[in-house]
Design a protein around this ligand. Structure first.
Ligand code: NAD
Length: 498
């Protein structure tokens, strides 16, 4: 298979770096996909400098002018959809249908952002004084640093970068070091679409050096971070030292499906399967907990266990594979730790997972699904910490109120699905559970770009992505115009001096 010599895109030019790292296929680590620059602190500074310079002219264009370039980009993305989908599977391991879903979601974001260019960007508001008009306008913030994770390597960079540039900001994007080739292909499309030099810069590297230098740069006005809670918390603390720096953190979850006693069992079982095991449990919205009413739990457990035993694990390029590999060896070690902790804490194992190392699995990061039953206890590691892997607990509960109490017993609050036929019950759950994304009779996964995407509590700092991001990358300014021939003030203030 081919290997790509990746470059950074800085000020419209392709640049290498003295140091580099490899990107390999998590299904077969002998398959080298690309060789990527490990961007130094000095090179990060150059990228921010380029973005700062480009901001001066980019912000002068209208939203419609900028949207036209986003539209060019969206057409190129559509042209390359199949090629990119295969690359997503090769570089991050998801089965092909999921690789494609990632690129389709990216395309939807590009189309949505192109359309937003012709939507209102502010509004007129009445004044106390009839001769005055007041406006609320959106102004760009400046240079935006986008730091993105590996698990949606095409969609998430676009979720944050495209609204930023539409609003007149310029961007320095650092994609995950696990998926630099996907980031590089996006950079090629930004270049081909005609974004002027410096408007979108894409630099590659790890978190400790490249990411850290970027978020600490004084000329960065806002950081849009998506990733783990540990790194998000760190970035928020670092940025709090600079009053001007705005930070959006979209982080992890310990999400759940709540399955009530009147649930449609087919929906319940399928929603649980998708929520727990799609993307091998490596979604921020994965449900590591299935909170099930005791009355139906035995039947639910029996049916889900049968289904989970049938899950085919393998290289995502192959037909019929439901779960691809984990992204890296650290992911495997984390999954093992969570499995051991669950057993130590008293899990009743229903489907025991293991690391798969023979035959077709020999060169990849494969594990099989782990499903267990765990009567609720507060303060357990396994029910509270994000495993980010196929590690799913069935928790029997006594009724809706206990279900929600158990659901809320984590630091997180990202995604929640409730399975019930009773509109009064889902309404009560909606109003008492802590989440940013709620679903009824659906899995806890499955975002759409024209909805806000984010969590509460430790899952996010209240600035949702997707539809919500324009709010974070613009300042809302008030602008008041007097049409009278004298100064007339609000609150009855006069200009009299005597
Ligand atoms: P991660 O936190 O390890 O890395 C995310 C990004 O942060 C990477 O680009 C990394 O290089 C960078 N980074 C790491 N240390 C840094 C530092 N000190 N300074 C600046 N940047 C740094 O996360 P990951 O393993 O790529 O992704 C998995 C995590 O992301 C999970 O916790 C998952 O739940 C979460 N996630 C959240 C969402 C959401 O929208 N809420 C979406 C996808 C993934």
């Amino acid at each position: 298979m081919s290997s790509v010599d990746i470059k950074n895109l800085v000020n419209g030019e392709w640049k290498g770096s003295a140091n580099s790292f490899q990107s390999t296929n998590p299904a077969d680590c002998t398959d080298v996909i690309g060789n990527s620059p490990l961007t130094s602190a000095e090179e990060v500074n150059e990228a921010v400098e380029a973005a700062k310079k480009a901001f001066e002219s980019w912000k002068e264009l209208s939203w419609v002018n900028r949207a036209e370039i986003v539209d060019n980009f969206s057409q190129l993305l559509k042209r390359d959809l199949d090629k990119l989908s295969t690359l997503v599977t090769r570089e991050c391991g998801k089965p092909l249908n999921e690789g494609k879903a990632d690129v389709v979601e990216a395309l939807h974001m590009a189309q949505y952002v192109a359309g937003l260019g012709r939507m209102p960007t502010g509004f007129t508001i009445s004044s106390e004084v009839p001769e005055k008009d007041a406006y609320i306008l959106r102004k760009p913030k400046g240079v935006i640093a986008c730091i993105t994770p590996w698990n949606f390597p095409v969609a998430i960079p676009l979720w944050v970068a495209l609204p930023s540039v539409l609003a007149g900001n310029t961007v320095v994007l650092k994609p995950s070091e696990e998926t630099p080739v996907c980031g590089y292909r996006l950079a090629e499309l930004f270049h081909e679409a005609g974004f002027p030099p410096g408007v979108i810069n894409v630099i590659h590297g790890n978190g400790e050096l490249t990411g850290d230098t970027l978020v600490k740069h004084p000329d960065v006005a806002a950081v849009l971070f998506t990733g783990s809670k540990a790194v998000g918390n760190y970035i928020q603390q670092v940025a709090s030292k600079e009053a001007h720096k705005f930070v959006v953190t979209e982080m992890g979850g310990k999400n759940a499906c709540i399955i009530l006693d009147d649930a449609n069992m087919d929906i319940a079982v399928n929603a649980a399967l998708l929520s727990g095991f799609k993307t091998s449990g490596q979604r921020c919205v994965t449900s590591g907990r299935l909170i099930v009413d005791k009355k139906i739990e035995p039947e639910f457990t029996k049916r889900l266990t049968e289904l989970v035993k049938k899950i085919k694990v393998g290289n995502g390029m192959k037909d019929g594979v439901f779960m691809g590999p984990l992204i890296n060896k650290e992911g495997v070690a984390k999954w093992k730790h969570h499995r051991e902790m669950a057993i130590k804490e008293g899990a009743e194992v229903l489907v025991d997972g293991c690391e798969l190392t023979d035959g077709e699995y020999a060169n990849g990061n494969f594990v099989s699904p782990f499903l267990y039953r765990f009567p609720y206890r507060p303060n357990t590691f396994c029910l509270r910490e994000e495993a980010f892997s196929p590690h799913v607990a069935i928790i029997p509960v006594d009724g809706m109120e206990e279900a929600v109490k158990v659901y809320n017993d984590t630091e997180y609050g990202l995604s929640m699905a409730v399975i019930t036929e009773d509109y009064r019950k889902w309404r009560w759950v909606r109003d008492h559970a802590d989440f940013g994304l709620g679903y009824v009779n659906l899995p806890s996964i499955g975002a759409e770009v024209h909805l806000p995407f984010g969590g509460v509590k430790s899952s996010g700092n209240g600035h949702p992505g997707a539809e919500g991001i324009i709010e974070s990358v613009t300042h809302r300014v008030a602008f008041t115009v007097n049409h009278a021939e004298e100064i007339v003030m609000a609150q009855g203030l006069t200009t009299n001096v005597d």
